[in-house]
Design a protein around this ligand. Structure first.
Ligand SMILES: NC(=[NH2+])NCCC[C@H](N)C(=O)O
Ligand SMILES: [Mn+2]
Ligand SMILES: [Mn+2]
Length: 316
């Protein structure tokens, strides 16, 4: 796995969030030592710098609450293309930027997976499902829509770029959910997304929930994208985000997830989103996010046998 080249892509989009500051996220991840940490783990790292949005065109939607639609569309176009390219060259790590960036990353990665004949899966670590459509959002903040868009829900046509390879809702597993708007709740149930809220974590622990999903990814010979929103974490350990929700994942739960993901060998790409350095305290949230990436990329405390998820082909 250490022959993998990590491709760092800075995506300073902030228009999708309700407050400014996520445009400083890529700098904060770099300042917190992301590239050095990856190199110390033995990876080749190519930092492609920050990408820019595509040219803007005029788009207007009847839902007057929507903010920054032309900007978000322009970002989505550029990010999707960059994701498609980078995933052909190595393991993309998208450093945001607000969560609207995942509209681009997931669609570009899904296109790559389809081209390579792989089933595409997403692990969504967030307090929010971000499952609004352009019709249902009431805040109008477009970081609340990327999962609905990438799974091909109706209502984005003619506004956002067409989704050629929609992500199957049954290939999505959400963990950490604790803030869901009414329209999202019914849409999630209809779509058939696996949603593990904080209660599910409290009752079961993260390990069995994630284990079941990783087994499904492996059984389908799939590839896995991980989308990590800072607000997945408890605000007590990760204050640097505009949409804190109390009662989030602990330090230990988050590291356990990262270590299990590494053991699985299934992860092909990562989004690190919603870091707002303006709201952070001396970089502690940025440092914690980098620390979690290290665990996901293979830093470990002890040598221990790892659980193998890949099926060995049956001889016949
Ligand atoms: N990526 C995020 N932080 N999303 C928060 C979304 C919150 C709320 N559901 C909204 O649509 O406004
Ligand atoms: Mn989110
Ligand atoms: Mn969130």
């Amino acid at each position: 796995m250490v022959s993998t080249t990590c491709i760092v892509l800075g995506i300073p989009v902030q228009e999708g969030a309700g407050r400014l500051g996520c445009d400083m996220g890529p700098s904060a991840f770099r300042t917190a030592g992301l590239v050095t940490e990856l190199r110390n783990l033995g990876y080749a790292v190519e930092d492609r710098g920050n990408i820019a949005p595509a040219p803007q065109r005029e788009v207007r939607h009847p839902n007057g609450a929507i903010k920054a639609l032309p900007e978000t569309v322009a970002w989505t176009e550029a990010i999707s293309e960059a994701a498609y390219q980078a995933s052909g060259d190595g393991m993309p790590i998208f450093i945001g930027g607000d969560h609207s960036l995942s509209a681009g990353s997931m669609t570009g990665l899904a296109r790559r997976a389809a081209k390579e004949g792989h089933e595409f899966f997403v692990l969504w670590l967030d307090s929010h499902p971000d499952f609004h459509t352009l019709e249902t959002t009431t805040s109008g903040n477009l970081h609340g829509v990327p999962m609905a868009y990438a799974t091909g829900l109706r209502g984005f046509e003619g506004f956002f770029p067409a989704v050629a390879n929609p992500l199957k809702p049954e290939n999505v597993c959400m963990i950490g959910i604790r803030s869901v708007d009414p329209a999202e709740r019914s849409a999630l149930a209809t779509a058939g997304v696996t949603v593990h809220d904080m209660r599910a974590i409290d009752e079961n622990g993260v390990a069995p929930l994630l284990d079941a999903f990783l087994k499904r990814v492996a059984a389908a010979d799939g590839i896995l994208h991980v989308s990590l929103d800072v607000d997945f974490l408890d605000p007590g350990i990760a204050p640097g985000v505009g949409t804190t929700v109390p009662g989030g994942a602990t330090f230990r739960e988050a590291h356990l997830i990262m270590e299990m993901l590494h053991d699985s060998g299934l992860v092909r790409s990562i989004d690190l989103v919603e870091l707002n350095p303006f709201l952070d305290e001396r970089g502690r949230t940025a440092l914690l996010m980098v620390d979690l990436v290290s665990s996901l990329m293979g830093r470990r405390v002890l040598d221990r046998p790892t659980q193998s998820y890949r099926h060995t082909p049956k001889a016949h």
